[in-house]
Write a protein that binds this ligand. Structure first.
Ligand SMILES: Nc1ncnc2c1ncn2[C@@H]1O[C@H](COP(=O)(O)OP(=O)(O)OP(=O)(O)O)[C@@H](O)[C@H]1O
Length: 256
């Protein structure tokens, strides 16, 4: 798929002497969907946290869109074009869907988050532009009819899509999704997969996602990286990774 958008070189990270990532290297090509899989505690979330600056690696470096860094502040990562959703719901439950989506632009404008959502920002042109962006993303994710709905009243699967909208409204080049389908039933998972595939194909966003459901991963991802105890055990096309004996031993045989 052409050039690399993200490269990790020998990244290591440990917590109080316990290794979470062990000299990990891999690359993500521009325009692909890359899935990170591996048993619980393998280091998947830690890896996303290093890429977007929540954690600082002990060693190694990251190159994103031609910019090399050993450490990066999460604000800077967002400005460079790295978007993120979290494993646990980080939405504002009492605010509406559009207010939550506007919160995804808080780091990108001149007005503060509160000014934006309550429409009292300093710059009316910016406010209009942000609202138009939020409305476009809601339409793309088929959330328009929920725009004014308080998030906490929506079904879980729809809330996860609002979380996706909030990450996407900033128009990231790279979208990091931490278990976007966790806790969903099969129908919700299929629906979410369809939206992630649509974001990738139609908006051109490169995606790195963590997902435990191997069936979903095999259908959705172009590229799969398998971690075990902070090390990479496989890296390749889904059809090759699926038959790799190390993967079967490390992951596919593990019950979650
Ligand atoms: N903030 C932290 N403080 C201490 N240890 C941590 C911290 N974050 C992660 N770890 C440890 O690092 C290792 C990797 O954890 P991580 O959450 O990255 O794995 P994971 O593959 O995302 O797991 P899961 O599938 O359960 O989310 C684990 O041993 C975990 O206990």
């Amino acid at each position: 798929m052409g050039t690399q958008l993200l490269q990790l070189h020998d990244v290591s990270l440990s917590f109080q002497g316990i290794s979470a990532l062990n000299s990990l290297s891999f690359e993500v090509a521009k325009g692909e969907i890359c899935a990170l899989i591996g048993p619980n505690g393998a280091g998947k979330s830690s890896l996303l946290n290093v890429i977007n600056g929540v954690y600082r690696a002990d060693a190694g470096d990251v190159v994103f869109d031609g910019v090399r860094f050993e450490r990066i502040h999460p604000y800077k990562a967002a400005h460079l074009g790295i978007g993120r959703t979290f494993q646990h719901n980080a939405l504002f439950g009492r605010l509406s869907v559009i207010e939550n989506v506007l919160a995804g632009l808080a780091r990108h404008g001149r007005a503060t988050f509160v000014e934006n959502i309550f429409r009292v920002g300093r710059d009316p042109a910016e406010r209009r532009r942000f609202r138009a962006r939020a409305e476009r993303i809601l339409a793309f994710l088929e959330l328009e009819r929920h725009a004014a709905t308080v998030v906490a009243t929506l079904p879980y699967g729809v809330q996860k899509r609002v979380d996706l909208a909030r990450a996407l409204v900033a128009e990231p080049k790279l979208l990091l999704l931490d278990e976007p389908m966790a806790g969903m039933n099969q129908e919700e998972k299929r629906e979410m997969s369809r939206f992630v595939a649509g974001v990738n194909a139609e908006l051109g966003t490169t995606v790195v996602l963590i997902e435990h459901d191997v069936g979903i991963v095999m259908d959705l991802a172009h590229h799969v990286v398998v971690l075990d105890y902070g090390r990479k055990v496989a890296d390749g096309a889904p059809e090759d990774v699926r038959i790799n004996p190390d993967v079967i031993a490390a992951y596919l045989g593990t019950v979650h």
